[in-house]
Write a protein that binds this ligand. Structure first.
Ligand SMILES: [Mg+2]
Length: 200
């Protein structure tokens, strides 16, 4: 069977990009890694925004560091269950994710075998490269959206164009800005992608 032509995707960070961890992890040791499915809550407008991106023909791929596993905050099962909860929250919006990639490794952790560096941990590009290989994606025409610089550093290292790397920032953009552009939310990022998309 011939390999399909690669197509562009929209890569999305998970925590504080698609789902809210503000105020939900105050009792956890390190905020930002949500490993509790019952606490999954989409950020405002995420469902319709992702539906609009899917309607343009973009596969939606979640790319998420989950170093909390390396810090014994949860298990691989907890990560999978939390990702399943995200999928369940998106279903009523007619959104199906193409895949969820995550990296449980972090050298700052203390739980073997996850307390080590790993080529998948952002800002390393490993998850983007694996997704491109497995899902036949065109990285050079893909988009990335995330709330941390490392989300976009990893995307750029994988070969995404800086102008298609969108940093979510609620306040003033950090300077200098070495990657594409900033938006206040996924909703605004989706509008920008739609306006700039040759698929629309
Ligand atoms: Mg994040």
């Amino acid at each position: 069977m011939p390999t399909p032509n690669p197509i562009p995707a929209v890569f999305l960070d998970r925590d504080d990009t698609l789902i809210d961890t503000d105020g939900t992890t105050a009792d956890l040791r390190v905020p930002g890694d949500l490993l509790i499915p019952a606490r999954v809550k989409l950020l405002p407008g995420v469902g319709p925004a992702l539906r609009s991106l899917a309607a343009l023909g973009y596969p939606l791929v979640v790319i998420s560091n989950q170093g909390g596993v390396s810090r014994a905050m949860g298990t691989l099962h907890d990560v999978e269950a939390t990702n399943d909860a995200l999928r369940a929250h998106l279903l009523p919006h007619g959104v199906t994710l193409a895949a969820c990639y995550y990296c449980p490794f972090a050298s700052s952790g203390h739980t073997p075998p996850f307390n080590s560096d790993h080529p998948w941990r952002k800002p390393e590009p490993g998850m983007y490269l694996a997704a491109a290989r497995e899902l036949h994606l065109d990285l050079s025409q893909s988009w990335a959206v995330g709330d941390k610089a490392r989300d976009l550093q990893a995307a750029a290292a994988a070969g995404l164009a800086l102008k298609r790397c969108i940093l979510l920032t609620r306040g003033p953009a950090p300077q200098p800005l070495p990657w594409g552009l900033t938006c206040p939310s996924v909703v605004d990022a989706a509008r920008h992608i739609a306006a700039a998309s040759p698929l629309s």
